[in-house]
Write a protein that binds this ligand. Structure first.
Ligand code: PLP
Length: 387
């Protein structure tokens, strides 16, 4: 059932839906009006005041709390940093690797969650790849079977960027926890859309930029480090804000501040933080449970109609527990690039993605404010465009 029964209000909250159909939240979201306002209001005020004026630092502190609440963490375990790759690189670079240590990851993941790990080869780390049956189909059994006594960390994405396959974070996290293996999660493809609890999933490190399902700006996000890992994960970006610097005078030693702010080396992206805060407060008010229910409802509306039209769907079926709001598909005889262009002409924003064999796919990733009517209009454009 729609979360936005008043169409005028829906269009006011999400201006992109006034004259377009936006189905690319797994790419880069368009901003809701209130998110754009939060970032703009701050920027405007910053023309009349110093940028770090009065209330701003309090608002930043409150944002840590909002982020912590979203993932079941403590506020002092949150660093306000983006993009996702920055957090993932901090995790990879900051641990005290020993030659022979092993990292388990997935070569088919988005590159931001591959390169930081394979670069550890320079430090004598062995990188092992999971080999799922289909793209992104990473099950607890697959992970368990790939572990060795030398596995020190497993790095996974909460959902696969291409197929939308959503992994069972809690089952995987608990099997890693039982074996004393660190768990790093790239959560950008689910945070804001599906619930995640770092305690239940035994997550040690998490990074997610706000620019997809969180409906936030670019290059600001949530970096989570479990408090008990602060000493294990050395900050690898250093500055006046995370290394103790009395009155901005450097000491002759490196002493980190006590909280996860130790991963924030300098001044913060406050416009981004305030935008992200307003987005997260909005999502939390709607309820992440209600959002995921709505997303799966939209997927259930879309998939059977695509199949009827002769599209082959990649990734989990609508009743799979791994289903997300990403639907990736291609037609038996109509090229996806051509269909993508037809959608663009009709002001429908989708994503065009290619697999490793260079086959082209369309990817739809609606959020909770999209409607069945928008999906039906989109399907009609496809129907007409198929030769
Ligand atoms: C799984 C995954 N990780 C990370 C990103 C983005 O990384 P960054 O925020 O570093 O640009 C994407 C974007 O498509 C993604 O799908």
């Amino acid at each position: 059932m729609t979360l936005f029964p008043d169409e005028a209000q829906r269009r006011a909250l999400f201006p992109v839906s006034r004259d377009q159909i936006f189905l690319a939240h797994a790419g880069v979201t368009a901003l809701p009006q209130f998110v754009a306002d939060a970032a703009c209001d701050y920027t405007q005020q910053s023309a009349r005041n110093p940028q770090e004026f009065g209330d701003v630092l309090r608002a930043v502190k409150e944002t840590r709390q909002v982020c912590a609440q979203l993932i079941g963490a403590q506020a002092d375990e949150i660093a306000l940093l983006g993009p996702t790759s920055l957090g993932l690189s901090l995790f990879a670079n900051g641990l005290d690797w020993q030659p022979g240590d092993e990292v388990l990851c997935y070569h088919g993941d988005y590159p931001a969650n591959v390169y930081p790990w394979i670069d550890l080869r320079r430090r004598g780390v062995t990188v092992r790849y999971l080999e799922p049956q289909g793209p992104g189909e990473i099950t607890p059994e697959l992970v368990a079977a790939a572990l060795t006594p030398k596995t020190r960390l497993v790095a996974l994405a909460s959902a696969h960027f291409f197929t939308g396959y959503r992994i069972d974070l809690e089952a995987i996290g608990s099997l890693l926890h039982d074996r004393g293996i660190l768990f790093s999660v790239d959560a950008i493809q689910t945070l804001g859309a599906f619930s995640l609890d770092v305690e239940k999933a035994h997550i040690d490190f998490l990074s997610a930029d706000a620019h997809k399902w969180m409906l936030g700006p670019l290059a600001i996000g949530i970096v989570y480090v479990r408090k008990s890992n602060f000493e294990k994960l050395r900050p690898t970006l250093l500055g006046a804000w995370n290394v103790v610097s009395p009155q901005f005078n450097a000491l002759d030693e490196i002493r980190f501040v006590p909280s996860a702010q130790r991963y924030e080396p300098g001044v913060l992206n406050i416009a981004g933080i305030l935008g992200m805060r307003s987005a997260l407060e909005f999502l939390q008010k709607l309820g992440i449970g209600a959002i995921s229910t709505r997303l799966l409802e939209l997927k259930a509306h879309l998939v059977p109609k695509l199949e009827e039209m002769g599209f082959q769907i990649l990734g989990p079926g609508i009743s799979s527990p791994a289903a997300s709001s990403i639907t990736t598909f291609r037609h038996r005889h109509a090229g996806s690039a051509k269909l993508f262009a037809a959608l663009e002409n009709a002001k429908i924003i989708a994503s065009l993605r290619y697999d490793r064999e260079n086959r082209d796919y369309l990817r739809f990733s609606p959020h909770c404010y999209n409607t069945e009517a928008e999906l039906d209009a989109t399907l009609e454009v496809l129907r007409v465009a198929i030769p």
